[in-house]
Design a protein around this ligand. Structure first.
Ligand SMILES: NC(=O)c1ccc[n+]([C@@H]2O[C@H](COP(=O)([O-])OP(=O)(O)OC[C@H]3O[C@@H](n4cnc5c(N)ncnc54)[C@H](OP(=O)(O)O)[C@@H]3O)[C@@H](O)[C@H]2O)c1
Length: 246
């Protein structure tokens, strides 16, 4: 059933981990959810996991391609009438010593994390600015605020740091149009990115002594998209990882 009365959130990278948790959190708050990931199969599995709600629409495609971003926003508007929130969540994280990164890894991370952010935000902003309302939230990483010697991750830090800077600049540019732009910078989150065997090591990376649950990241995103006067914020949700050394 189509629902043009409820608000609509578009989430990139919503087939697993944080993106899937965000889809669940927004569905629970009555939003229509438009979910992106690279394949129909993974989106169908996500829809099933969420209980196959009528307010869920999957739009498959590589977010590093401009056409995917356009389709994502166009299909959301076509089905639900408007886009109220865009969450740029799709991203690649690969930690390794700096000199070991390959050209292919650099191309892939730039395509997903930088081009994906630019294309999806452009398509969303073009829709939100004339309506004079909307929220964009970028999922970055607290490692970009405070690097950690135990987790060398130069490429993720490079692109997430760029998106943190762009969050503030875009918030400024879009503030006169009443479109808010913020970022949530997680520390380490319990997602399929990490095997249970890695949790012991990962728990020690935050002064809080544990990694985050997806629900805790979703809570921060929900706060930002519920706030009418918060923009340009990069909000660490990392158990204190980015506050200093310990
Ligand atoms: N987990 C952490 O500890 C952590 C910490 C800091 C920041 N983050 C950030 O949080 C975000 C989500 O991470 P996660 O841990 O939830 O990772 P994840 O479980 O691996 O999920 C990544 C999602 O992005 C999608 N994706 C990857 N490349 C894509 C592309 N080119 N086009 C469209 N979708 C694509 C994946 O879908 P398909 O594979 O189905 O296409 C998947 O749904 C990322 O930006 C990550 O950098 C995570």
């Amino acid at each position: 059933m189509q629902d043009n009365t409820s608000p609509t959130v578009v989430i990139t990278g919503a087939s697993s981990g944080i993106g899937l948790g965000l889809a669940e959190a927004y569905l629970a708050r009555g939003f229509n959810v438009v979910a992106n990931a690279r394949t129909d199969e993974r989106l169908a599995a996500a829809a099933k996991q969420l209980g196959s709600p009528a307010r869920f629409l999957g739009v498959a495609g590589d977010i590093g391609q401009r056409d995917t971003a356009r389709q994502l926003i166009d299909r959301a508007v076509e089905r639900f009438g408007q886009v109220d929130v865009l969450i740029n969540n799709a991203g690649i994280f690969n930690a390794k010593p700096f000199v070991e990164y390959t050209e292919e890894e650099l191309d892939r991370i730039v395509a997903t994390n930088i081009k994906g952010f630019v294309y999806a935000s452009q398509a969303a902003a073009a829709h939100m600015v004339p309506r004079r309302q909307g929220h964009i939230v970028n999922i970055t990483a607290s490692l970009a605020l405070q690097p950690n010697l135990k987790v060398p991750a130069l490429l993720p830090v490079l692109v997430k740091g760029g998106v943190n800077a762009a969050t503030r600049a875009l918030a400024l540019e879009l503030s006169p149009h009443n479109v808010k732009v913020n970022a949530v910078a997680p520390g380490i989150v319990d997602t399929p990115l990490y095997t249970p065997e890695m949790h012991g090591f990962l728990n020690g990376l935050a002064p809080a002594g544990r990694i985050a649950q997806v629900r805790e990241i979703a809570d921060a995103v929900l706060y930002l998209t519920n706030s009418d006067f918060t923009t340009g914020v990069v909000l660490p949700v990392d158990g204190g990882m980015s506050t200093g050394t310990w």
